[in-house]
Design a protein around this ligand. Structure first.
Ligand code: SF4
Length: 237
């Protein structure tokens, strides 16, 4: 069984909330987010066998988890499920960053055993297609509900690029996340790259913190702010 990837980081202390991890950035994505940092990298395709990947993880004494990111990892369903099975066999945790468009694959992974997950919640329903190019809002909600049903340790993540998302948008999204009883919502600032449109701006950390405080006060959500300087190594979001 093979997987196609565009990058592997042998050791990251930032991409898994619970342990040091190896990060595997799988190729391809079904979205076209306006702020994507990874174009055109995620279109590259290098091949690795699942067994080779498992051996790499076993030989990497520093990690407790392999985090699949991308791109959108669930597009490679069969290889991903096989990798998840084999890594669980070796007592190595499996994490996933997903855009939430494949709830059935997330359910299959959860049945095998997921160490942790991060689900993108990119925009309110009214802006979802504009931001991502895909009519997938309800699929993302289904994915969150499945993670709840299977008691997976997960967070929901939102990347904030101005003027694309407003404070009202974030409050509307918070209301939806309260209804879903999500354990953690991370709002993070957009990182400009050579690929992203110049009209997009990075929000000030102070503004994000003010919105987060409002969300905590009005909705009681567990929300954290990840500012530009503290997550420059995070990809796939
Ligand atoms: S931001 Fe994530 S979901 Fe969006 S296009 Fe890039 S890799 Fe795909």
């Amino acid at each position: 069984m093979k997987l196609w990837y565009f990058s592997i980081i042998d050791l990251s202390l930032m991409d898994c909330r619970k342990d040091a991890c190896m990060v595997v950035f799988l190729s391809g994505c079904n979205m076209r987010c306006i702020y994507c940092q990874n174009y055109p990298d995620l279109l590259k395709r290098m091949e690795i066998g699942v067994e080779e990947l498992v051996q790499m993880a076993k030989n990497n004494w520093a990690i407790g988890c392999v985090k699949f990111s991308g791109g959108e990892p669930t597009l490679q369903r069969e290889g991903l499920l096989e990798a998840c099975r084999r890594l669980n066999d070796e007592s190595i945790g499996v994490g996933i960053d997903t855009n939430g468009t494949a709830p059935q694959v997330i359910e299959e992974l959860a049945k095998i055993g997921l160490f942790e997950a991060s689900v993108d919640f990119k925009a309110p329903r009214s802006k979802y297609i504009d931001v991502t190019g895909l009519d997938a809002y309800d699929l993302v909600i289904d994915t969150i509900e499945i993670l709840n049903d299977y008691n997976v340790d997960y967070e929901v993540r939102t990347t904030v690029a101005l003027p694309m998302l407003t404070e009202d948008d974030l409050m509307n999204m918070a209301n939806e996340l309260r209804r879903l009883d999500v354990p953690l919502w991370t709002i993070q600032s957009f990182i400009p790259t050579n690929y992203t449109p110049r009209r997009l701006r990075t929000p000030e950390t102070k503004w994000l913190e003010e919105v987060a405080n409002r969300v905590r006060e009005e909705y009681g959500l567990n929300v954290r702010v990840r500012a530009l300087a503290s997550h420059v190594a995070i990809r796939g979001s």
